[in-house]
Design a protein around this ligand. Structure first.
Ligand code: CP
Length: 320
């Protein structure tokens, strides 16, 4: 039987696009994390730049709102010395009916080297990757509920930074897992990196049993789901992706699944609390936890710069 082609890899097995953590080997994931660790100190230098993408043009195409991902991709590309162009989608010709592929073809004609793409439609970055010239690279910055690979990788970087080894960890992903591209990218990465206990925790409507097919254990009770966990990844309720009423009320949700200091005691005493952001205080997480000493939510954002530097330099084949 022929192996299914992975559109992220060239015929030599090298990463040329970063579209998903699914289908990437442990070696590739670890290589991205190791490369990121070499970039962390760049932020502490007086001149916060390395010349790896000098002369390259990075186009940020964010068809959906973003604070963290868009800004940290922008910073990462500039720290790699690339020329960075961020399209204002609301003022672009997509507002006049131009198709996604026509927009990309026109930007390619301006000598783009890397497209960073966020889109509400699952698969949009794959479509672009299929149509760009071989020297052009696509990095998925989040597509629909499908994948958010650089968030998944920065989450892995954060976990490795604080916990060192994936092979003895219990990681609980709590909340609106159903609509979460972050959860999917995290689960693929965690299982590939050897994490033996990945848990998905939430109400039945938002944490369906089908996640067990991805290698996660599914819980519908917060105490059982985070009991003795080393890492808790809290997720936002993604109302913009929900159709129909999947929850009685945000107050009841907070009562049952919101993380408070009291409930955090169910996890290990040294458990870290993560969140991809944006956080909704008092809905999925209490301020005392979000700002507490076990929270690593802001370090996640900082590590995201180094991880995105690693992703872009690796896909472009311009590593140190
Ligand atoms: N984590 C994340 O994707 O945040 P933004 O939507 O602000 O980019």
């Amino acid at each position: 039987m022929l192996a299914r082609h992975n559109p992220q890899l060239n015929k030599h097995g090298e990463l040329i696009h970063l579209l998903s953590t699914e289908g990437l080997s442990r070696e590739i994931l670890t290589h991205i994390l190791d490369t990121a660790s070499t970039f962390v100190s760049v932020s502490d230098r007086e001149v916060k730049k390395v010349p790896l993408l000098r002369g390259k043009s990075v186009f940020n195409l964010f068809f959906e709102n973003s604070t963290r991902t868009r800004t940290t991709f922008d910073i990462a590309a500039k720290r790699l010395s690339a020329d960075v162009f961020t399209l204002d989608i609301t003022r672009s010709s997509t507002a006049k009916g131009e198709t996604l592929l026509d927009t990309v073809a026109n930007l390619s004609a301006m000598a783009a080297d890397i497209f960073v793409v966020r889109h509400s439609e699952s698969g949009a970055p794959y479509l672009i990757a299929q149509h760009v010239a071989p020297h052009v690279h696509v990095v998925n910055a989040g597509d629909g509920r499908h994948a958010h690979p650089t968030q998944g990788l920065l989450d892995m970087y954060t976990i490795r930074h604080y916990k060192k080894d994936f092979t003895n960890l219990s990681v609980a992903i709590v909340g609106d897992v159903l609509h979460s591209r972050v959860a999917r990218s995290d689960i693929h990465a965690l299982t590939t990196l050897g994490c033996p206990d990945v848990r998905v925790v939430g109400p039945r409507t938002l944490a369906p049993e089908s996640f067990s097919a991805m290698g996660a254990r599914v819980f519908h009770n917060l105490e059982e789901g985070i009991k003795d966990a080393d890492v808790i990844i809290m997720l936002r309720l993604q109302n913009e992706r929900m159709s129909g009423a999947l929850l009685p009320s945000s107050q009841e949700y907070f009562h049952n699944f919101g993380l408070t200091q009291e409930k955090l005691r169910w996890a290990k005493p040294d458990a870290i609390v993560m969140h991809p952001g944006p956080i909704n205080r008092g809905v999925e997480i209490d301020s005392d936890v979000a700002d507490g000493k076990q929270s690593v939510i802001l370090p996640q954002v900082t590590f995201g710069i180094a991880v995105r530097m690693a992703a872009m330099s690796i896909v472009a084949g311009n590593e140190a």
